[in-house]
Design a protein around this ligand. Structure first.
Ligand code: SF4
Length: 381
């Protein structure tokens, strides 16, 4: 069979249905739009690679509106990488408390210490070096390298995946390995070499504000004329996602033990794993419909302490990535400051209500705290 001849006019830079001229027009339209409508966010007012890195870590799986106040507090407290590296881990976790996914904070801190020791305290300038740091994956490395150092490295997050799936009318699950590889290639092919940082941010901004998951706002879209899904009228049917298992329902009970000095018993979770390094009230797995007395016995078996005057304070619900937790909350009393038997925790402390506020507590523990009885008011003299 004769080899197929490539016509002399073949557009070798075309990407699927887009010719190289259309890709240039796409980049221009997207960048023009972004520079006009972009949201004023604190990390967009700086070129400091440390702050851009911090913002990218905070933004992982977290909404922009939730990140802004955390970013502002964090950069006030730790304005430089050196300041972060010098801080104790507990101070870092305390500032992160409530933002979730605490391994991000621990990895960021470890990376800052690593760089302070071996890199003269400077943030690496290339995506490949950045990817060597704890907690920095391909997406984060590309975001930092492109925004802070203008490296032409494309990003692919949930927003960009959705935009690309629609632009190229990809009707296969976008969380499948081969499709993800194709999406990375498409993102890299579309990327503006001249303004990679703005282009990456523009793709993410388009996904966050116009090409939204439900009801894409195609009439307002700056790249509508290049979009295959809009032309085919199938934008609201894309992207296709694989069916995910429903989160596992988990029932637990915790007993907040208080002594006669009005101090609460709290324990610190081990460094690794869910909520690593954070402090919490001690809890046990709950058998269905367990009576308070049975819960107290199970708690005593686990921690070696006998709770007395058990009081039912209610329950809290909390959603983790793969778990839907219902936590029954009890308070109880003890005379002095006994030491619990701990198998799965790193440390314990007896702390006043004020000291509790200075510890890194996850959102779940704040919900528990809100249900606990206040200490009695001091007697009038
Ligand atoms: S035209 Fe519609 S579907 Fe296509 S990229 Fe724009 S918002 Fe998304």
């Amino acid at each position: 069979m004769k080899p197929r001849r490539v016509p002399a006019t073949a557009d070798t830079n075309a990407v699927e249905h887009l010719s190289s001229a259309q890709i240039s027009a796409f980049r221009r339209a997207l960048l023009r739009w972004f520079r006009t409508v972009k949201r004023d966010l604190p990390w967009r007012r700086t070129r400091d690679p440390y702050q851009i890195w911090l913002s990218e870590i905070m933004l992982q799986q977290t909404r922009v509106e939730a990140v802004v106040p955390y970013f502002e507090r964090f950069t006030r407290e730790f304005p430089t990488l050196a300041a972060l590296a010098a801080a104790p881990e507990q101070s870092v976790l305390k500032l992160w408390a409530g933002l979730g996914y605490y391994s991000r904070a621990r990895n960021l801190h470890r990376a800052a210490r690593q760089l302070a020791q071996s890199h003269g305290g400077a943030v690496p300038t290339s995506a490949s070096e950045l990817q060597q740091l704890p907690g920095v994956g391909r997406y984060t490395a590309a975001a930092i390298a492109s925004i802070a150092f203008n490296e032409p490295a494309a990003v692919l997050d949930g927003n960009v995946k959705r935009v690309l799936a629609r632009l190229f009318a990809i009707d296969m699950p976008i969380d499948d390995g081969p499709v993800i590889r194709r999406l990375w290639q498409l993102a890299q092919s579309l990327l503006s070499r001249r303004s990679p940082g703005d282009f990456n941010q523009a793709m993410m901004e388009l996904g966050a504000t116009v090409c939204v998951p439900r009801g894409p706002r195609c009439m307002l879209c700056p790249v509508r004329k290049h979009c295959a899904a809009a032309q085919q009228g199938i934008a609201d049917r894309l992207p296709v996602l694989s069916a995910k298992p429903a989160p596992l329902a988990v029932d637990r009970a915790c007993i907040a033990l208080r002594n006669q000095r009005h101090e609460w018993l709290v324990a610190q979770r081990p460094d690794r794993g869910l909520l690593g390094g954070m402090w919490e009230f001690l809890g046990v797995a709950l058998a269905e419909a367990a009576e308070p007395a049975a819960i107290a016995r199970a708690w005593q078996r686990e921690f070696g302490l006998r709770p007395t005057c058990l009081q039912d304070c209610g329950q809290v619900r909390h959603q983790f990535t793969h778990r839907d937790l219902t936590l029954r909350v009890f308070s109880a009393e003890t005379a002095d400051r006994p030491a619990p038997r701990l198998a799965a925790h790193a440390a314990f402390r007896w702390v006043s209500r004020e000291e509790l506020d200075s510890l890194p507590l996850a959102k779940l523990e704040r919900k528990v705290l809100a249900l606990l009885p206040a200490p009695p008011a001091p007697a009038e003299t």
